[in-house]
Design a binder for this molecule. Structure first.
Ligand SMILES: *[C@@H]1O[C@H](CO)[C@@H](O)[C@H](O)[C@H]1NC(C)=O
Ligand SMILES: *[C@@H]1O[C@H](CO)[C@@H](O)[C@H](O)[C@H]1NC(C)=O
Length: 424
């Protein structure tokens, strides 16, 4: 029973966050996977794509791009990319305020650059004069690295988004401040989805970091999850949320390793020239309203995602949904007593987040429900809420909506510039 249940759950949870999982689930009955996999053309393309990093993709557009390996306090090594200045401005000698941007669950730094230089946030920030850092949480494509543990070692995968916030984001902030070399004491931050959860975690657990933040922008904020509408999460949560045999079997593993089979499959489905393209479009329509998403960006999007994570990150989210609390990982009563000295995990003290917070949310977001965002906002001492004008705006629109530049990226950059003008 368990043996059959677990793979089914893995598949189910996959489609919660990963676009390409929807492709597979929807079409598995009428697609010959072997034929797709056996297409040599796709493999050549995939190999090329596989070796390309966020840095290569940025450099291909003419921007200066760097790849940094940052060691965290607990020994993980995370890969972080940087656009230090804009070749269009030639501003390497000028003061360039630091911005750190952080991706969502099963995603990576690649997600931010898919829209290209005309619309993608990192490019727009660079062209507005910022020093842009694009993070990667431990365990994803660019952060499978450790000072002593191999990724083959099960202990490597013993982390949740708690550790990504507490250790990885803290190290990225300190490293960027040091490496920028212009004596800056604080940064701007942007996170999408899990990129907001890790920020709330760090700023509430290590409140001294609030002083290192100028403005922070939370796209589709996720902390309290009582009202989320995703049918999938609601179905799976009762099985995996409580501490039981299912969640034990599912915990501390790598979730969907970045693998070539999956890649070639997805690349094939969404390549514009291939006659399977309509399949890709149809599957994506399930997640995005037709015509709202940049389909040109999709084939590269699918070839870089899912970028991998630990199953504990998903379990932790399911626990939050069930408990209605934004709190630390639930290890079960016995271990909770050891780790936290209480039977249930402590709540994150979000009241301590004093940084200048901007919550950007959409009415049709089935993961960051409006009620949950507003309940969180109630507890935050220093926040401004920005409801997206478009009533259809959902979780994925924050990344790939065709109007993301106008409705999101430009207003966000404007807030940062206003801060800089007032403080320089
Ligand atoms: C792992 O980190 C080391 C030390 O910073 C770095 O030299 C190496 O390139 C990294 N390996 C990978 C696969 O990222
Ligand atoms: C869509 O993505 C492509 C490929 O990255 C890019 O060239 C184009 O400018 C994007 N368009 C919009 C409206 O985002």
């Amino acid at each position: 029973m368990e043996n059959r249940f677990i793979p089914a759950v893995v598949l189910l949870v996959a489609s919660l966050v990963a676009v390409r999982s929807a492709v597979i689930n929807v079409q598995s009955s009428d697609i010959d996977f072997y034929k797709l996999y056996n297409n040599p053309e796709a493999h050549i393309n995939i190999r090329l794509y596989y070796r390309r990093t966020t840095r290569d993709r940025i450099a291909a557009h003419g921007y200066p791009a760097e790849h940094h390996h940052i060691v965290t306090d607990d020994g993980y090594i995370v890969g972080v990319f940087r656009i230090p200045y804009s070749h269009k401005l030639n501003n390497q000698k000028e003061l360039r305020p630091i911005v750190l941007i952080q991706h969502g669950l099963t995603s990576s730094s690649d997600a931010w650059i898919l829209n290209g230089p005309n619309d993608g946030l990192p490019y727009l920030l660079a062209d507005a004069g910022f020093d842009v850092w694009i993070g990667n949480g431990r365990g994803n494509t660019y952060s499978r690295n450790h000072t002593s543990l191999s990724t083959e070692h099960p202990y490597f995968w013993r982390f949740s988004w708690h550790e990504i916030g507490y250790y990885d984001i803290a190290s990225m902030i300190d490293y960027a401040l040091k490496t920028n070399g212009q004596g800056q004491k604080s940064i701007h931050y942007v996170g999408h989805s899990q990129g907001t959860t890790v920020f709330f975690t760090l700023m509430s657990m290590r409140p001294e970091y609030n002083q290192k933040i100028k403005t922070a922008h939370m796209f589709a904020p996720i902390a309290i999850m009582s009202n989320l509408q995703s049918k999938l999460v609601r179905t799976v949560a009762p099985y995996l949320g409580p501490r039981n045999i299912y969640s034990l079997l599912f915990s501390s593993q790598e979730f969907i390793p970045y693998n070539e089979f999956l890649l070639s499959l997805l690349f094939n489905l969404c390549e514009p020239d291939l006659n399977l393209r309509p399949v890709c479009d149809k599957a994506l329509d399930l997640l995005y309203e037709g015509g709202r998403v940049n389909m040109t960006a999709m084939s590269e999007g699918l070839s870089t995602h899912p970028a991998g994570c630990s199953t504990n990150q998903m379990l932790h989210y399911l626990q939050e949904h069930l408990s209605g609390h934004f709190r630390q990982y639930d290890y079960g009563t016995e271990k909770n007593l050891k780790v936290y000295k209480s039977e249930t995990p402590p709540d994150y003290p979000v009241e301590k987040i004093t940084a200048d917070l901007h919550l950007w949310y959409g009415e049709s977001d089935d993961l960051a429900a409006v009620e949950d965002v507003l309940a969180l906002a109630d507890r935050l001492p220093n926040k401004k809420v920005h409801r997206m004008e478009d009533p259809l705006w959902n979780h994925g629109d924050f990344a790939l909506n065709v109007d993301v530049r106008k409705y999101l990226n430009e207003p966000v950059i404007k807030i940062m510039q206003t801060f800089e003008n007032a403080n320089n």
